[in-house]
Ligand binder design. Structure first.
Ligand SMILES: NC(=O)c1ccc[n+]([C@@H]2O[C@H](COP(=O)([O-])OP(=O)(O)OC[C@H]3O[C@@H](n4cnc5c(N)ncnc54)[C@H](OP(=O)(O)O)[C@@H]3O)[C@@H](O)[C@H]2O)c1
Length: 391
């Protein structure tokens, strides 16, 4: 059954409260009573009309009457198209379009469909949109977005640990650069593998949860790969960005760093200290590689190349997540994994590790292009978040 676009849209925003707020009534076959019900629901869909005219009672009695073959179907089952940001060709922010008739993705056996509440932007989104990964990217049309937080509305046949109604979050692309999904999180609905998700920590709202996955997982994987452990010192290059803010917090709260130094511009030095940095270095005034102090690990989230290796102790590790790596430093690309979010959950729930949202946001769903323009200035503090989506 294909409902009219107008009806679908209003059905989604004006749910029939008598049936729990999330449901709409249709009948299984197209018998006469069905057509009558459709007529009623189309004409009197606003629930105050139902109540005022006593129609909710009429429908309730029909539900209890075996003569009528009535089925209650979640609203999203009726929604085959939804609002999403999409680009059909590589390019600048101007190629991003807001469309209202983007097909909702099919759910594979190991996936769940998420009704998206919030999403966050990452540099990989705009680098991909600019065509920097053309050779390994899935080609446009593309709905961008890696980070998501929302509610499970449908589960695939092989999904074991999640159910409808679960509040989840995650980075939806297992490999950030290798054939990432064509259908991302900047949409009202998105399909994601169960293994990439975790339950949202209860103390965090959707906007906070959406800010975390890609950045915190990258921070964690880099620290692990560098062999970071209690008692070691670290220098974080780009401490105020999405990744850097979590490298500082994880190094201190999860790994037990002995000393944390981090770089940012003049106005962000106090902010670095508030995250746990012992030494905040103003990169506009000081060359970090000229400091006498050297570090066990240098985590480079800026792309400082050979400057970064000059700041590491003999035998230490340098992690690069952008730009070319200078030996003995190494470069890696995140593998998204819901298990990391689960592992970090106690630190998030206790408030030891906190989401960091850029104060210019959250940006509403219809301002995604403005949010990208801001992120692309390379001056964001923490994460640029999109909220609300599906208010
Ligand atoms: N390999 C991977 O798996 C992976 C994963 C995630 C991210 N990345 C890459 O890592 C980089 C960082 O990502 P992100 O999400 O953290 O970016 P971001 O949030 O956009 O970073 C913005 C921050 O970078 C700081 N910054 C800019 N130039 C700096 C400099 N010369 N020295 C110190 N800080 C500087 C800015 O602080 P100021 O305003 O003070 O300059 C700003 O707070 C991006 O290139 C991204 O593509 C790679």
């Amino acid at each position: 059954m294909v409902a009219s676009k107008r009806w679908r849209r209003e059905a989604a925003t004006e749910p029939f409260r008598t049936y729990g707020g999330a449901f709409w009534i249709i009948q299984q076959n197209l018998s006469k009573p069905t057509r009558q019900i459709h007529l009623l629901t189309e004409v009197f869909q606003k629930d105050w009309w139902f109540h005022r005219l006593g129609l909710s009672e009429v429908l309730n009695s029909m539900l209890n009457n075996s003569e009528y073959n009535i089925k209650i179907i979640p609203t999203f089952e009726l929604i085959k198209e939804s609002n999403a940001w999409i680009y059909n060709e590589y390019g600048g922010v101007e190629v991003l379009k807001f469309e209202s008739d983007v097909a909702v993705p099919e759910v594979k056996d190991d996936q769940v469909l998420i009704k998206v509440a919030a999403a966050a932007l990452n540099p990989v989104d705009f680098k991909r949109r600019l065509g920097k990964f053309k050779t390994i990217d899935s080609s446009p049309p593309t709905v961008p977005g890696y980070d998501v937080a929302g509610v499970v509305v449908k589960v695939g046949s092989q999904v074991k640990g999640l159910k409808k109604g679960d509040e989840v979050y995650g980075d939806i692309n297992e490999k950030a650069l290798e054939q990432p999904k064509r259908f991302g999180s900047l949409a009202e609905y998105t399909a994601v593998e169960e293994r990439l998700l975790a339950l949202k920590p209860k103390n965090l709202d959707f906007a906070q949860a959406a800010s975390l996955p890609l950045a915190i997982e990258t921070a964690y994987e880099g620290l692990e790969r560098a062999g970071f452990s209690a008692g070691k010192s670290i220098l974080v290059l780009g401490g105020a960005g999405g990744v850097g803010t979590h490298v500082i917090q994880l190094a201190k709260q999860v790994f037990g760093a002995s000393k944390i130094a981090a770089t940012a511009s003049t106005g962000k030095l106090e902010f670095l200290k508030s995250l746990g940095a012992d030494l905040a270095i103003d990169y506009t005034k000081v060359n970090f590689e000229d400091l006498p102090e050297k570090f066990d690990v240098v985590y480079d989230a800026v792309g400082e190349g050979d400057r970064a290796v000059k700041a590491v102790k003999e035998g230490g590790s340098v992690v690069y997540i952008t730009g070319a790596a200078t030996p003995p430093g190494f470069f890696f690309v995140l593998t998204s994994n819901g298990e990391v979010l689960k592992k970090l959950s106690p630190f998030l729930e206790s408030g030891k590790v906190k989401p960091v949202l850029d104060p210019k946001g959250p940006f509403p769903f219809d301002k995604v292009n403005e949010a990208f323009a801001y992120l692309e200035t390379n001056r964001a503090t923490g994460k640029v978040v999109i909220f609300p989506i599906n208010p």
